[in-house]
Design a protein around this ligand. Structure first.
Ligand SMILES: [Zn+2]
Length: 116
């Protein structure tokens, strides 16, 4: 069984991974230097456009991940890591092993997701 210390280290590592992935997306996105709400000119390369859309979707996902990771890191600082932000109960250790950046217990996360 891995320790809480290892899990905390994993969260910090994940943060670096997500940040470098975000940098990579920015670099690879064909439209990264242009306005996000560009009007597509006729003749715009379809593959480029597709690449841009994929990059935007991935970027949004990574930003969401990063937000979670930052929250988990602030919990580590506060000494409340492993405790659900919503109900105050302990988060299942098995859950933290799979998702070290989890800030909610499984029950709360499901309820939050159900609300949209
Ligand atoms: Zn909870």
């Amino acid at each position: 069984m891995i320790s809480l210390k290892v899990l905390k280290a994993k969260v910090a590592k994940q943060r670096n991974t997500v940040i470098s992935a975000l940098r990579r997306i920015k670099r690879d996105d064909p439209f990264s230097n242009q306005d996000r709400s560009i009007i597509v000119e006729p003749g715009t390369d379809a593959a480029q456009l597709f690449g841009h859309e994929q990059a935007v979707i991935l970027e949004q996902k990574l930003k969401k991940d990063l937000k979670e990771i930052e929250m988990a890191l602030s919990k580590i600082k506060k000494g409340t890591y492993g405790i659900c932000e919503r109900c105050g109960k302990k988060i299942d250790f098995a859950r933290l092993e799979v998702k070290p950046q989890a800030i909610y217990c499984l029950k709360c996360e499901k309820e939050i997701e159900a609300k949209g």
